[in-house]
Design a protein around this ligand. Structure first.
Ligand code: UDP
Length: 385
């Protein structure tokens, strides 16, 4: 194998599918544009390089988000700077030796964080290396939320902070970042979403689906969250053989088993975690999802209208007005209303779906990943040459 000229360390954490997908988007983006000139190493420092109980932090996230009031409490209580900075200082005392070792071993030219808990502690750990390295390693953040971001996303010492929307630009400014630090390109989405993979009919056939049936996708983020079973059941009462449903359960294996065992009155495709999400989305006429930023941004690029069925409190709440105000979808937590919306869209054929689809395409940012990657590569070149 040819050795890469530059090393990029991408810091993420396994909390939901979005951060992982964004990290993968950047890795794929570097490969698409620069081949193997850049080696991108994705690590979850909390899970793999910190002692118990900190290594369980990603796992405790799932417990918290399944109990929305607990998550809201956790989010709100940790918003004040005094609280999270004190906590992070304590964490750094425990993990910074291990984090620094990861930095020394990989010796990256650039560090990119795609996670709100990956700014403060890694930056404190880098500070310890100051005397040991010839040049401080540049550190950047790529924010993967669309609207309301936790303040820990924004650290004044980063070289650049990439954000997805004007709403986040304002938030970053209000938390003390300078205009020269902020770049707004959109959310990093895997390049497979920007590269046409074939017509709808071709992709449906490839994925074993009916070629001509109106298709709805039902998904609950990377972990298969929300009232997926209830919504699928309501859909099955209203849709017919001219329609089909794709349910993506992500890492929720018990949901896959439960839904696969059911006998459905119309064509239903139940999937676990799929790695070709761009193909599945491109097959669909609309998507029912929680208000996850990753899924919303992907649906916009694919030009498919979005029915939001819920959200993770705080960080995803603002995504609901974002979808409604831009007229690219609807919102309801009631499975009956959701199923009625889909059947109306499919049966009325009055152009509603097509209009929303056109607006979604205009709002999508298919070039975001490539623009971020070009900027990151430019930063490395100007820093080291
Ligand atoms: N995803 C995927 N395969 C699956 C389920 C989900 O690739 O089977 C991806 C999805 O395309 C999106 C991400 O996981 O990029 C989910 O991100 P989102 O922000 O919507 O929700 P999260 O899981 O982070 O709460």
């Amino acid at each position: 194998t040819v050795e890469s000229s530059y090393r990029v360390l991408c810091l993420m954490s396994h909390t939901g599918g979005g951060h992982k997908a964004s990290a993968q988007a950047l890795k794929d983006g570097f490969e698409c544009i620069y081949g193997n000139s850049y080696d991108v190493n994705i690590v979850d420092l909390w899970s793999s390089h910190s002692p118990w109980p900190l290594c369980n932090m990603p796992k405790s996230y799932f417990f918290l988000v399944k109990n929305p009031w607990l998550w809201r409490l956790n989010f709100r209580c940790s918003e004040p700077k005094i609280v999270h900075e004190t906590l992070f200082r304590g964490y750094a005392a425990i993990v910074s030796t291990q984090f620094s070792r990861v930095f020394m071993d990989y010796n990256p030219h650039l560090i990119v964080s795609v996670h709100p808990l990956m700014q403060h502690v890694p930056l404190m750990s880098l500070e310890r290396l100051r005397d040991k390295v010839a040049k401080p390693i540049p550190f950047t953040t790529v924010v993967t939320d669309l609207t309301r971001c936790h303040p820990t996303w924004f650290h004044k010492s980063v070289l650049k902070c990439f954000v997805a929307t004007k709403i986040v630009v304002s938030q970053a400014l209000s938390l003390g970042l300078k205009t020269t630090q902020i770049i707004c390109h959109g959310l990093p989405i895997r390049p497979s979403f920007s590269i046409p993979a074939g017509t709808r009919a071709y992709l449906r056939e490839k994925l074993g689906m009916q070629k001509d049936a109106r298709t709805v996708m039902l998904i609950g983020g990377g972990e298969g969250m929300g009232k997926i079973t209830e919504i699928a059941e309501e859909l099955s009462k209203r849709l017919s053989e001219t329609h089909q449903l794709v349910i993506i359960c992500g890492n929720n294996r018990s949901l896959v088993e439960k839904l696969s065992a059911k006998i459905w009155p119309f064509s239903v495709h139940v999937k676990g975690f799929v790695h070709n999400m761009s193909e599945y989305m491109s097959c669909c006429d609309c998507v029912i999802t929680k208000a996850g930023p990753g899924t919303i941004a992907e649906a916009l690029i694919c030009g498919i209208p979005i029915i939001l069925n819920g959200c993770i409190p705080c960080q995803e709440e603002g995504n609901i007005p974002f979808v409604l105000e831009n007229k690219v979808g609807t919102y309801s937590e009631d499975p009956v209303i959701i199923a009625n919306t889909v059947s109306e869209w499919f049966d009325k054929n009055d152009g509603t779906l097509e209009e929303m689809s056109a607006r979604a395409k205009l709002l999508g940012r298919p070039d975001a990943t490539f623009n971020i990657v070009r900027d990151l590569a430019g930063m490395i070149l100007s820093f080291y040459h």
